[in-house]
Design a protein around this ligand. Structure first.
Ligand code: 13P
Length: 252
């Protein structure tokens, strides 16, 4: 049985006091490990403070990005070692906003995934197609390419330590959610691709979460799909009420 992950990606939102207040509410509401793992990805500036609040709680912390080098002359970047130091267990790699706004390529993402694994972080590797790609019937080809390139030279053992996030770009921040069946179709394809590309991968155990306009109203129907193992929530994770509802619905 896969334990679902409900992850909050706060993107470039929340000051330290705002992040701390949210973390305190979360800790109070979910003091014990539940049927889903909760992961919070605050901005870098709030990582340590959120960690202070959540250190003796079952809630996990993720970074939103990292550099692939362990250290060096990379002004403005943060390394995997620094993230572990700040209390992170997860790191989001390859979010479409990083790919599109900051020109991150599959090659860079592959290096990041290798470094993250080496440092003991669990990468949440994001993949997904644009609207144009979907409409031209290229969804599966794009997904397959992103998996092949992003997970190049990853071993079957390591694939077990990676969480995949299917985030159709046309559904991010647009209010347009993929229908549960549209999402399920791609999730199943991702699982089959992992099974085919990684011998002994135990693809049935790979955690594949969905992101793109997830809110309390659509969480249940998405989570009912057999290959959807959780959610990566943007907008609806910024307010405590809707995010707590998403966690509770996914634990039903
Ligand atoms: P929204 O939930 O705001 O669509 O964002 C999804 C996302 O990008 C999570 O990483």
């Amino acid at each position: 049985m896969i334990k679902p992950i409900i992850a909050a990606n706060w993107k470039m939102h929340k000051t330290i006091p705002e992040a701390v207040a949210f973390a305190k509410q979360l800790k109070k509401e979910f003091p014990e490990p539940g049927r889903a793992d909760i992961v919070i990805a605050p901005p870098f500036t709030a990582l340590s403070s959120v960690m202070e609040v959540l250190k003796d709680s079952p809630i996990h912390i993720s970074a939103q990005n990292m550099h692939w080098e362990e250290k060096g002359a990379c002004t403005g970047e943060v390394s995997a070692t620094m993230l572990v130091d700040a209390g992170c267990e997860f790191v989001i790699v390859g979010h479409s906003e990083r790919r599109i706004l900051f020109g991150e390529t599959s090659k860079m993402l592959n290096k990041k995934i290798h470094t993250a694994l080496k440092s003991g972080l669990t990468p949440i590797f994001c993949i997904g197609e644009t609207l144009k790609e979907r409409e031209s019937g290229a969804t599966f080809r794009i997904i397959q390419k992103q998996i092949k390139e992003g997970l190049n030279n990853i071993t079957s053992d390591d694939i077990r330590r990676i969480t995949l996030a299917y985030e159709p770009i046309w559904a991010i921040g647009t209010g347009k959610t993929a229908t549960p069946l549209q999402a399920q179709e791609v999730h199943r394809f991702i699982r089959e691709t992992i099974a085919a590309d990684f011998e002994h991968a135990r693809a049935s155990e790979t955690i594949i979460i969905y992101g793109g306009s997830v809110k309390p109203e659509n969480t249940g129907s998405l989570m009912d799909q057999p290959d959807i193992n959780g959610a990566l929530v943007g907008g609806a994770s910024l307010d405590f009420g809707p995010f707590a509802d998403i966690v509770k619905i996914s634990e039903r």
